[in-house]
Design a protein around this ligand. Structure first.
Ligand code: UTP
Length: 239
């Protein structure tokens, strides 16, 4: 089974806690040891936002800001690599070919951002598309996709299951509201729709939730299920 796991920077490194990073590395290793081909995409989190805020105040343009963000995602990716065993790629892949090649060498392939104008949500979807992944998991700090921001609106309700098209339709208005944060951004949702990617959005703060979702399909986040989806074999006993 081929899987891409996107770990938000806010999940992996809200602070620099080695135990947290080690726990996420163990989760990724458990998935690889179970026989999965694993690609990991790491986000920049609050550190990226701090750099971007400081550089914006210094008058940097959007491309410069994105380059700073990409730098932080790659730093976080290196942090995860430091905690992973020797099956992991030595340094974060800087493009999809490099990331796919690492998987073909049977490595756990880790990358951060790729190019300005997007986030690692989109990188994860593109990586998943590039390897015809059976599953794409977004380990975020929010437990799935909601009809409003659950951090702001206590009445917000979670979607248990969506089609890729429904995900695009939901995320579209959120992407227009300045400051509103969708758990998966619009470009990523469009890529999921284009490639019919079986996806899960869940709270990845507890790394064991990622392992259970990948190996058993069980979680309490949101399933994104394309119409013609065949569920991964591993969920019925294979790998
Ligand atoms: P993230 O993907 O971490 O942004 O990329 P995020 O949505 O804030 O995610 P969390 O908080 O980690 O979950 C950080 C920044 O890096 C730049 C963007 O500026 C983004 O906001 N970036 C990242 C790119 O420009 N291109 C990429 O491919 C990836």
């Amino acid at each position: 089974m081929k899987v891409v796991v996107s770990i938000g920077g806010s999940v992996l490194a809200p602070d620099l806690d080695p135990d947290r990073v080690a726990a996420h590395a163990e989760a990724i290793e458990a998935i690889a040891e179970a026989g999965c081909e694993v690609g990991v995409v790491v986000g920049g989190g609050s550190v990226a936002r701090e750099y971007i805020g400081a550089a914006r105040a210094l008058g940097a343009n959007e491309v410069q800001l994105d380059q700073l963000g990409i730098g932080v995602t790659r730093l976080n990716a290196r942090l995860l690599i430091a905690a992973l065993d020797e099956r992991a790629t030595l340094s974060p892949a800087e493009d999809y070919d490099e990331a796919v090649r690492a998987l073909r060498r049977d490595e756990v392939s880790v990358m951060g951002g790729v190019m300005p104008g997007q986030t690692t949500d989109a990188v994860a979807a593109e990586f998943a598309e590039a390897i015809d992944a059976d599953l794409l998991v977004y380990a975020t700090s929010t437990n799935g996709v909601y009809d409003a921001d659950p951090n702001v609106d206590p009445e917000a309700e979670q979607y248990e299951r969506l089609s890729p098209r429904e995900l695009v339709d939901l995320v579209l208005p959120m992407s227009r509201d300045a400051g509103a944060s969708a758990p998966v951004d619009l470009l990523a949702a469009k890529l999921i729709d284009r490639a019919d990617l079986r996806s899960i959005v869940l709270d990845g703060t507890d790394p064991s939730a990622i392992v259970e979702a990948v190996l058993e399909g069980s979680h309490d986040g949101t399933d994104v299920v394309p119409a013609a989806c065949v569920e991964p074999d591993a969920w019925s006993g294979g790998t």
